[in-house]
Design a protein around this ligand. Structure first.
Ligand code: HEM
Length: 538
């Protein structure tokens, strides 16, 4: 026994009228008692802790079972065997090429509607069945985007692509007039102006193997900035790809995070090696937009007249997209910045990808090119400088079918998602609130049941008689229903004018040996190994 303890016990024994002799000669009852109290409190504490842990695990287990039970019906859908913790998250691979081809494999294995456990307790339904696609996309209730869209937020904030509910309704209402045909009509000037530079740049590439995407993306930057914000960024002249590169890196990380188990959470992702660059890119992209807005505000303040002339049409131009936001008076500076970022994102990459795929496909079909040229010349005339108007485009049936067929084979937005905000019963299955519905347009557009001989490039699929016999929701490159693409008309006009201008100036050839694109989805469908073609001046 230690001295201090003996003194302590002796004191207590005196108080209890025992002699120190008794205390010190015999085993002291208090000393024993003290020892026993310590021992039992540790074991008691241990038991309580154990009980608490068991209880916690028990509760977690019950919660896990309960969460899983919500999906009892949907779990009956075909799909790969899930792991209890990470579900089917490992099915997608580690990069955008793997995830793209793995999704195709899943549909080939399990059919047009399958279930994927995102983790142990959250389930997604993947669909390429037009009936189910119609049910969800045409709904006014199921308009909420899935949690995956939150990954856009660091860049796009609460812009139109991300937001939902009342905020979405308010912004959609403010923005819709910006895409009125009257406004779009003026945009053809911008497409011609930027297109003129594109043709000059392409002339310097005559006879060479070129990746056409690299030229079109700079063109699209000039076109979107001029048409919707009336700002000259001169991307084609300067060859400055800083903005484009930052978008590319952001989107690649976006899709990798989308399918990752941990990195989709900022808490984990902040430790990833690419995090610093990611943050710098976002800062660059947002400061670019802030500058554009400030520039426009300054111009409006110094030159309040809303009508301008330009070197091409000398037309009087009215409000553009950014003016409508600035005039709305019901949006904060941050909301305006987020919508401009959203339009920059929606407006340049999708269009560039589609125009590039169109030229890549047309290069393989010289007869089709000739027919298109005949159509263009019959409608617009043989003068290559004659601007193509919306009225001209209305008379170009073949061009319309070609662009539609390109978007069938290469839908620029190949995957979109919704998250259910309430329970529903569909085809006898309960879809609980929180279920993610994934629509895979790339796979759907290549289903042989919907498009026979699906890999064949055949614009005649869009002849009226062929369209009439198809499900209305078999072909949905711009989505459909209340949350369809607000930029659909803008995109179509831009793409048709650009393709027509290139065909008026060049014959397009494939490279030798033939090139097979390796496709991937980084939110926009891309060829990861480029889209090489050859041009010959007409
Ligand atoms: C080939 C070109 C394009 C394709 C294939 C395309 C496709 C789509 C698709 C499929 C959606 C639905 C997204 C979803 O539900 O998650 C969408 C939405 C959207 N698109 Fe496009 N898009 C294109 C061009 C454009 C352009 C040029 C702009 C803007 C100038 C634009 C702006 C938007 C916006 C803001 C939304 C969100 C609409 C909303 O939720 O209310 N898009 N687009």
């Amino acid at each position: 026994m230690r001295t201090s303890e003996a003194v302590y016990n002796a004191t207590w024994c005196r108080r209890l009228k025992l002699t120190s002799q008794n205390v010190l000669d015999k085993p002291c009852p208090h000393a024993r008692q003290t020892y026993h109290i310590t021992n039992s409190s540790v074991s008691e504490m241990f038991s309580v802790a154990l009980l608490a842990v068991c209880l916690l695990f028990g509760l977690l287990y019950l919660w896990y079972k309960n969460e899983k039970r919500k999906y009892a019906d949907l779990d009956k859908l075909p799909g790969p065997t899930p792991h209890f913790f990470y579900g089917n998250a490992l099915e997608f691979g580690n990069n955008i090429i793997e995830s793209f081809s793995n999704i195709e494999r899943l549909f080939n294995t399990y059919g047009p509607i399958l279930r994927i456990w995102q983790n142990g307790i959250r389930l997604s339904v993947f669909v390429v069945d037009p009936d189910i696609v119609e049910y969800f996309l045409s709904s006014n209730v199921h308009i909420k985007k899935s949690a995956g869209y939150d990954l856009y937020q660091p860049w796009l904030g609460q812009g139109l692509i991300n937001n939902t509910g009342e905020l979405w309704r308010k912004h959609r209402k403010i923005l819709t007039p910006a895409f009125h045909l009257k406004i779009l009509e003026q945009f053809s000037d911008s497409f011609h102006k930027a297109g003129h530079v594109l043709i000059q740049k392409l002339k310097q590439q005559e006879g060479k193997d070129i990746d056409i995407y690299k030229f079109i993306i700079l063109y699209a930057m000039d076109a979107i900035c001029d048409s919707s914000m009336r700002i000259d960024v001169n991307a084609q002249e300067t060859g400055d790809t800083t903005y484009i590169d930052a978008v590319k890196r952001f989107l690649e990380i976006y899709l990798t995070r989308f399918f990752s188990i941990f990195n989709k959470y900022e808490f984990f992702f902040q430790f990833a090696p690419e995090y610093k660059q990611y943050r710098e890119d976002i800062e660059y992209l947002q400061s670019f937009t802030r500058k554009v807005i400030e520039q426009r505000k300054h111009e409006r303040a110094t030159n309040p007249v809303q009508e301008e002339t330009d070197e091409f049409g000398r037309r009087k131009r009215k409000k553009v997209f950014l003016d409508i936001l600035l005039d709305s008076n019901s949006m904060t500076d941050q909301e305006i910045r987020e919508e401009v970022d959203t339009f920059m994102f929606g407006g340049h990459d999708t269009i560039s990808s589609t125009i590039s795929f169109a030229l890549f496909e047309l290069a393989k079909y010289p007869d089709l090119q000739e027919k298109l040229l005949e159509e263009i010349e019959a409608v617009v005339g043989v003068d290559k400088e004659e601007p193509i108007t919306l009225r001209h485009l209305n008379d170009m049936g073949l061009m319309d079918r070609v662009v539609k067929e390109v978007l069938r084979l290469y839908p620029a937005a190949p995957l979109i998602e919704r998250e259910l905000e309430q329970d529903l019963i569909l085809n006898g299955l309960k879809y609980p609130k929180g279920t993610t519905i994934s629509f895979h347009f790339y796979i759907q557009h290549r289903r042989p049941e919907l498009f026979p001989d699906p890999t064949k490039f055949d614009p005649d699929r869009f002849l009226p008689e062929n369209v009439a016999s198809r499900h209305t929701f078999a072909y949905v490159p711009f989505s459909a229903g209340p949350r369809n693409c607000i930029g659909q008309k803008y995109a179509t006009i831009n793409m048709k004018i650009t393709i027509a201008n290139i065909l008026r100036n060049f014959e397009v050839y494939p490279v030798v040996p033939a090139h097979t694109p390796i496709l991937a989805n980084d939110a926009v469908l891309k060829s990861t190994n480029g889209l090489p073609i050859k041009l010959k001046l007409r």
